[in-house]
Design a protein around this ligand. Sequence first.
Ligand code: PMP
Length: 399
Amino acid sequence: MFENVTVAPPDPIFNIFSSYLKDESATKVNVGIGAYRTDEGKPWVLPVVRKVENMIVNSPDLDHEYLPLDGLKSFTDASAKLILGTNSPVILEKRYCAVQSISGTGAVRLGADFLKRFHDKTVYLPNPTWANHQSIFEDAGFTEILEYPYYNPKTKGLDINNLCDNLKAMKENSIVLFHACAHNPTGVDPKEEEWTQIAKIMKEKKLFPFFDCAYQGFASGSLDKDAWSVRHFVEQGFELLVAQSYSKNFGLYSERCGCLTVACQTPAKAEAVRTQLCKINRTVISTPPAFGARIVSKVLNDPELYKEWVSSLKEMAGRIKLMRRMLFDELINLGTPGNWNHIIDQIGMFTYTGLTKEQCLLIRDKFHVYMTESGRVSMAGLNTKNVKYFANSIDQVVR
Ligand code: PMP
């Protein structure tokens, strides 16, 4: 039965994490996995999450009944408003649907499964992108998965001219995947005027946008600013898909809490899309898990709890920005060869350092610093105690 089964290659990111755990060095640094850590290097349960968790667990009404196929309505409605904006024409005219998913990964997969059924066209992914994107679209059955230029290694910034030229050359109706903010792995986002330029070409060429939004509020500390790209496309009249994750901005990594929001032309179409998404959920997960959605729903629907959440979001985004500044300053003080401006220019959880694969392997072997071989560094793994050590390690491997 299993004669043809061979061992699958390990997942690059989770593999680095397990090597890190096995390492017994006292100075080891984990900048591989994209999970927030405090200045003490510990995971953080947001105080508002802890508070709401207790409220839910101690509620006499708590039960463990199935949720509907599309999830907890107070959660999905609030999720659509969070990303599109409460006053979005799509919300006011009720021409959207929002369906709960197994976190951001599940939302991308749900979107891919839906598009495969109803819009089986070429999909374009940014180069580079989150490694899972390619696999998700492959597993959903897409046969033409192409890439478009995104990052310019020379400037360590956006390759806007090539990106636009490529959009212009795409086949009509192609699906183009964008990271709504805090692009993973590069930390490089289009500026507002660049998004405007991109949307204009997308409209002329009748291209279909699919946004992956895993870091709303986490990137800049502002929920509205981080949703600007999606909202701009909506204002320009696009129908679109947006996959939302609450892993990072609520710290709910293991609760697998996410949502797929779809902006449509009419309420009737939105309802048709919703039922099709329910049908997909039914065969893949039947119904989504409740706990994370209950937490997020309570927070998003209560102005006081919401305020507490926003202040924690700002704290996380602020700590990461501080780490960027400290790392940059250390490298400048050391006179490390090269230009390091991108460390403070890039945003969100990751910095694309520009280190080569060889340097990344060397830094692991010699200094017990764990990062992906692409040179991506999760800034949340740095803190006031290890940033100097980390900067020194970089300094040594680039000299
Ligand atoms: N998309 C991108 C771009 C991401 O970086 C991530 C998190 N690494 C996700 C989606 C999904 O994460 P999760 O499934 O944990 O919500």
